[in-house]
Design a protein around this ligand. Structure first.
Ligand code: ZN
Length: 274
């Protein structure tokens, strides 16, 4: 059995502000250990119930948060950007299930610690075929493109609720309860790890009960940006239409095309070096 773990950081127990999330934050180095510990709890539990191959993608910030040397030898780790499949790089149809670890709510959600979709400073809404999309939604569609179901999400209570609403009866590990964008009641790291392990085992024991998440193509992406100038420029791109002051629309054949488009928007800058 093969499992893919897409690991973000906002939904790790104890994370509440950018002080834990960015390399210049005073708690960041400690929280890299806590994130790695939750990933390892998932890996160890999966191995105990018959998973033989695991790929982890470090999918937060610079993509260089997880401590590679702390992972078991049989695991491999995807690091840094850009990647065509974003937070799902390396997934293919050979995988049996996907875990969203340390996830958070989307830009369209009123609640949840650090609620955003891909960029908290520039993206205000993402919809595909008029369905509101969190990162979990987009990434579930990428997994679904390869016929792979999401089996578990971990993060705050709102994230677990939001993701279950979208994907159906997947397993969820609530490691904190959101009070606001920058506050939550948290489990300790050890308790969070035990919960992640329990829920991983529960998910894998019923792995045949999950369905891949898909939407019928063509896929209509409606992307709303905070600022005017990116919207003005993006409408120059063939196939992109500006449907309102802050929203562009792309009609794509599949989610891979959307993933490439979003990756391009997030990463491209004419001054990129090397
Ligand atoms: Zn993140």
């Amino acid at each position: 059995m093969k499992i893919y773990i897409s690991a973000d950081m906002e939904g790790i127990a104890g994370v509440v502000t950018d002080q834990q999330l960015n390399p210049d934050g005073f708690e960041y180095e400690r929280f890299r250990h806590f994130m790695t510990a939750e990933v390892n709890a998932c890996i160890d539990a999966a191995k105990k119930v018959g998973v033989s191959e695991i790929l982890v993608s470090d999918s937060h910030g610079n993509g260089q948060n997880i401590l590679l040397e702390k992972l078991p030898d049989e695991v491999m780790l995807v690091r840094s950007w850009p990647r065509v499949l974003g937070m799902m790089e390396g997934i293919d149809s050979s995988y049996d299930g996907v875990v969203f670890l340390g996830y958070h709510t989307g830009a369209d959600c009123k609640q949840g610690v650090r609620a955003h979709t891909m960029s908290s400073s520039s993206i205000t809404s993402v919809k595909i075929n008029n369905v509101v999309m969190s990162e979990a939604g987009i990434n579930a569609l990428i997994a679904g493109h390869f016929g792979v179901p999401v089996i578990l999400v971990t993060g705050d209570d709102i994230t677990v609720h939001e993701t279950k609403q979208m994907l159906g009866n997947i397993e969820g590990a609530v490691v904190k309860w959101a009070y606001s964008y920058h506050s939550a009641k948290n489990l300790t790291p050890d308790t969070a790890c035990k919960l992640v392990a329990d829920k991983t085992k529960a998910a894998i024991k019923r792995i045949n009960t999950f369905e891949p998440y898909t939407l019928k193509g063509p896929l209509v992406l409606d992307l709303s940006l905070k600022n005017y100038r990116p919207v003005e420029l993006l409408q120059y791109y063939p196939g992109v239409e500006r449907i309102s002051a802050h929203t562009i629309r792309l009609i794509a054949d599949d989610i891979i095309e959307i993933s490439k488009f979003l990756g391009f928007i997030m990463e491209y800058n004419i001054s990129l070096e090397p």
